[in-house]
Design a protein around this ligand. Structure first.
Ligand code: HEC
Length: 122
């Protein structure tokens, strides 16, 4: 019987480790890419970011792909992440008109995503 407990414990530790890693990925993107008036996202949206900064931002945002929604519906979260990654990608691709920027602004709506997927005690 002991082996069962051992496996259960191991399973729990693995689950915690994965949740932790998930949180770290999301936190890194939020803090290094999205948060604040001078964040790479803010600079990208107001047009003051360099091509390099925009590319770095899109690469950072792409790490959100495959993360688990801490709360809320996973499919709805995936959809938001997908839209955000695609929009950042498009802007990084150097599109000249304003449409991709507008899409990025909509896809990076902090409140829309946090309301459904950010834990309340965070
Ligand atoms: C596609 C969804 C999504 C979008 C868009 C989004 N966030 Fe988040 N954000 C999250 C999730 C999910 C968490 C909670 C992560 C966790 O607790 O594991 C979070 C957490 C945060 C945190 C707390 C990080 C920490 O754990 O210390 C900050 C700060 C933050 N977001 C800033 C922003 C800002 C600013 C914007 C808009 C410019 C934004 N986010 C847009 C999903 C999003």
């Amino acid at each position: 019987m002991k082996i069962v407990y051992l496996l259960l414990t191991f399973g729990m530790i693995t689950a915690f480790a994965q949740a932790d890693e998930n949180h770290e990925i999301i936190e890194k993107v939020m803090k290094e890419g999205l948060k604040g008036k001078t964040s790479p996202l803010a600079k990208t949206l107001d047009g003051s970011a360099s091509g390099d900064e925009i590319k770095k931002l899109s690469e950072l945002i792409a790490t959100l792909k495959g993360t688990k929604a801490p709360v809320g519906d996973q499919a709805a979260y995936d959809e938001k992440v997908e839209a955000l990654v695609a929009a950042a990608d498009k802007v990084a691709g150097g599109a000249k008109d304003d449409a991709p920027l507008k899409t990025l602004k909509e896809a990076s709506n902090c409140k829309a995503c946090h309301k459904e997927h950010k834990p309340k005690d965070d």
